[in-house]
Design a binder for this molecule. Structure first.
Ligand SMILES: *Cc1c(COP(=O)(O)O)cnc(C)c1O
Length: 433
């Protein structure tokens, strides 16, 4: 498989180089040169096919010969080693629960797959690869756990001191080993600025092999297709196709689902479930693509005004606004409706949603108001315990704490304090040698 840059100014490359570079040299996103079509019989055999076999078949064409098949098999086994059940919430609406991984968020799958690919590609390097990331909370934890104990890789995570939740901070700072947490006196923008400065520092890059774990990386983006196949495997209303509601921020997850659909997966319709950050809903209503400023909401992992992966969706659909409206709708959900949905679904159905899942649920419910016979699922992208304040306000009850979180909260925090000063970061990175 070849990958080209959507900015059109970089050479075509393979999976290995696209993964190692993250972003193309012309600052464009990489896109596969063709979309594989599922082999005849593959979809019919899904209910009997073990998850690792399914994952291997889906990912193999994208990886090509960059990773030998037995190695790719090991990677997908390690990527999918937690349950991803499709749970019924109420009649006609199911939740694909993606929050049973180590950091209780769906980003675990992409982060794990990518970390193991990077580990494989760095195995012959005489110096270790340093993965550098800034996080506002969730991404850092998934990346830290994804890369923990991967040989040949050191991970440096910058997070804003005092601005991440207690669970998130412990997920970043208690692993040790090859995971280094830098606690920056500043905000998320400072962390991001520090990371960008390091990537722009040619002298540093001559000394340290730097890499990113950015969400636009093909090795984080493409394995998210597997969610949709796992859902189809469990879909109780086959052969009827489901409507799929995806809580969306950067639109990587939704775009991955559309790749699977292009390959042949049955899907009745996609719904981009957005919070108040409604750039795509406005676009699909014919208002043009006009990103506003991002606003803060309860579903804060989706507080994105200019979604970086939307350009991939347009590429997939041939830049055709009409084609886009045919396969997908986008619905914007307010914070007030998010809280009310968590309360109502808990009360009526005994199911506890997190704010992101609530946006997905309500968007699907609104779609069904207009299409009463449609059945579907939404993606449960985070566990409610990650957003206890909002969920407890809605239900009036404390969120039950899973055993894995209790263990994390009991861990000992180890972080390196760092001023928002590039020379301090540079000294840390060169000192790792
Ligand atoms: C990242 C994230 C999203 C949004 O996913 P995208 O692929 O960026 O659209 C939704 N929910 C949660 C909990 C997330 O962490």
């Amino acid at each position: 498989m070849k990958y080209y840059s959507l900015a059109g100014q970089a050479p075509v490359t393979d999976f290995r180089t696209a993964t190692l570079q993250g972003q193309a040299p012309d600052k464009g996103l990489y896109f596969p040169s063709r979309i594989p079509v599922f082999e005849k019989g593959f979809l019919d055999s899904l209910p009997r096919l073990p998850d690792d076999e399914m994952a291997l078949q889906v990912m193999k064409p994208y990886v090509g010969d960059c990773i030998p098949e037995p190695e790719l098999h090991r990677i997908v086994c390690e990527t999918l080693d937690f349950p991803i059940p499709l749970a019924e919430v109420c009649r006609g609406i199911y939740c694909l629960e993606l929050f049973h991984g180590p950091t209780l968020a769906f980003k675990d799958v992409g982060a794990r797959f990518m970390s193991r690919c990077l580990g494989w590609f760095s195995r012959d390097n005489d110096r270790r690869t340093v993965v550098l990331v800034a996080t506002s909370g969730d991404t850092g934890g998934a990346v830290a756990h994804g890369f923990h104990k991967v040989p040949g890789i050191e991970v440096v995570i910058l997070y804003p001191s005092g601005k991440v939740s207690p669970v998130q901070e412990k997920q970043l700072t208690t692993l040790g080993g090859n995971i280094h947490a830098l606690e920056v006196s500043g905000d998320f923008d400072d962390c991001q600025w520090l990371v960008k400065s390091a990537f722009a520092d040619a002298d540093l890059r001559g000394k340290v092999a730097l890499s990113s774990a950015n969400s636009i990386n093909v090795a984080r983006w493409l394995p998210q297709q597997l969610y949709y196949l796992l859902a189809w495997q469990q879909w109780p209303h086959r052969p009827e196709s489901p409507v799929i509601s995806v809580p969306s921020g950067n639109f990587g997850n939704l775009c991955a689902g559309m790749m699977a659909w292009k390959s042949g997966l049955p899907v009745a319709h996609f719904i981009a479930a957005c919070n108040a950050n409604d750039t795509v809903p406005r676009y699909l209503q014919g208002g043009g693509y006009r990103p506003a400023r991002a606003v803060a909401t309860h579903s804060n992992a989706m507080d994105v005004a200019d979604p970086s992966n939307f350009i991939r969706i347009l590429e997939l659909l041939g830049d055709d606004e009409t084609a886009c409206r045919k396969v997908m709708s986008a619905i914007s959900i307010s914070d007030a409706d998010t809280v009310d949905t968590i309360r109502r679904v808990h009360q009526d159905h005994g199911y506890l949603l997190d704010p992101h899942g609530a946006v997905g649920f309500l968007a699907l419910e609104r779609w069904r108001d207009a299409h009463p016979t449609a059945m579907g699922y939404f993606l449960g992208t985070a566990h409610p315990v990650k957003f206890p304040d909002c969920v407890e306000t809605a239900t009036g009850e404390p969120v039950p704490v899973p055993e894995s979180v209790r263990q994390v909260l009991g861990g000992v925090k180890a972080s390196v304090p760092m001023p928002a000063d590039y020379e301090a970061l540079r000294a840390f990175l060169t000192g790792m040698g």
